[in-house]
Design a protein around this ligand. Structure first.
Ligand code: XIL
Length: 388
């Protein structure tokens, strides 16, 4: 059998099998929510929940969430990690579990185990799921890079179908296409190069959304992008290119519900929040909702002293959110993890230098799961915003 034939075969049998299993899993998890003893639900809906970022945002009609990593729940602090999420957020984004590299590490493997764990956690605690992400030219395992252009196009289509068939009705939101822009790939259109762009040209984006809508009629479908926040040349390029992609998608009547802006803020870049707010107005004027999808603060250029760093991080959250939340098109805010020691910045820094005094402090909770000034800054920004 040729490679295309093998892929088709794997995909067909995998999809059939997984569809049945997904139906059973969906039934099982909804039954679990309906019949769970009070003590289990209390972990998600207890009194602490009214004094949480999730509850404070919900009062204004905004969904607050955070990225979640299933592997963190298996660590010694795993139970506390789970409790923090159950109390603090209303939605979780899969940080790793639904990426193509996790689901398809090798040609004949389609592994849903970790993703199933994330959906089950969300069901147990009545949390919404943001599925991240279906099509991303940067997260491509080596075996996919070795496919022909035609095979890669086929895989993109089959992947969207397989994942959405399995989880249909279980995610409130999907990041359908992630990070379509990469100016450093040196294309005149600033698009990120990769197998799916090579297969279909720029219309891999519209095609992904059309296909996602076909297999998941009810979720919000999001185009997610990085680096639009800064007041420098890179930020300008990203904003200009993203707006032109969005105009094209609108002209094509592609089923894009919302634009996701990652918002990985940094102590190393300049900001001009009125300029950013004007960009949000341009997106809203095109008719899209806006989700802030991966908010955190790289504090590496702030003072070493933790209290001083925390104050600078909190001020950046405050200034950024005050500007962004003034636009009523912004309907959700997601931080990238909740506690400093589970941030991708922590893992990156520790692998470079294990010195705890300079460990990053990018998030609203510290490594003991205690609130930091950033928590208060985020809460106050929600309290001060106009309701949705
Ligand atoms: C990151 C995760 O946080 C890391 O753990 C992983 O090693 C690499 O991916 N933009 C995105 C996210 O859309 O998927 C990335 O997540 C962070 C940047």
């Amino acid at each position: 059998m040729g490679r295309r034939g093998r892929l088709a075969h794997d995909m067909t049998s995998g999809t059939t099998l997984f569809t049945r299993r997904a139906a059973i899993a969906a039934l099982a998890s909804s039954a679990a929510v309906a019949t769970a003893p009070k003590s289990v639900l209390a972990a998600g809906l207890g009194t602490g929940r009214t004094d949480s970022l999730g509850a404070i945002a919900a009062e204004k009609g905004v969904v607050f969430g955070a990225s979640f990593a299933v592997h963190e729940t298996a660590k010694p602090q795993g139970a506390r990690y789970a409790q923090l999420y159950a109390r603090e957020v209303r939605s979780i984004t899969s940080e790793l579990e639904l990426k193509m590299s996790s689901l398809r590490p090798a040609e004949h493997i389609l592994s849903f185990d970790a993703a199933d764990g994330l959906f089950d956690f969300a069901a147990t605690h009545a949390l919404a799921v943001r599925g991240h992400t279906l099509v991303w030219n940067d997260d491509v395992p080596p075996w996919i890079k070795a496919l022909s252009t035609k095979e890669a196009g086929y895989l993109m289509d089959a992947h969207i179908e397989a994942v959405l068939e399995r989880y249909r009705g279980r995610a409130a939101v999907w990041d359908v296409v992630n990070e379509p822009i990469a100016p450093w790939d040196n294309r005149p259109d600033n698009l990120r190069a990769g197998p799916f762009l090579a297969a279909y040209g720029i219309d891999y984006i519209a095609r992904s959304f059309e296909r996602a809508r076909r297999f998941e009629p009810n979720a919000k479908l999001v185009l997610n992008e990085a680096f639009t926040e800064t007041a420098d040349e890179r930020g300008e390029t990203y904003r200009r290119t993203l707006l032109s992609i969005l105009k094209r998608l609108k002209d094509q009547a592609a089923p894009v519900d919302a634009v996701g802006l990652q918002c990985h803020l940094s102590s190393r870049h300049p900001y001009d929040f009125p300029r950013f707010a004007a960009f949000l107005h341009e997106i809203a004027a095109l008719g899209f909702e806006i989700h802030l999808t991966e908010l955190d603060v790289d504090d590496s250029a702030f003072p070493r002293l933790a209290s001083a760093r925390d104050a600078r991080v909190a001020a950046l959250y405050r200034d950024f959110l005050t500007a962004a939340l003034s636009n009523t098109a912004v309907t959700s805010v997601t931080t990238w993890q909740l506690a400093d020691h589970t941030s991708w910045m922590h893992y990156r820094a520790v692998s470079a230098n294990a010195d705890a005094t300079t460990a990053p402090r990018p998030l609203p909770f510290d490594a003991d799961f205690n609130r930091k000034p950033a928590w208060m800054a985020i809460a106050n920004a929600f309290r001060a915003m106009p309701p949705r």
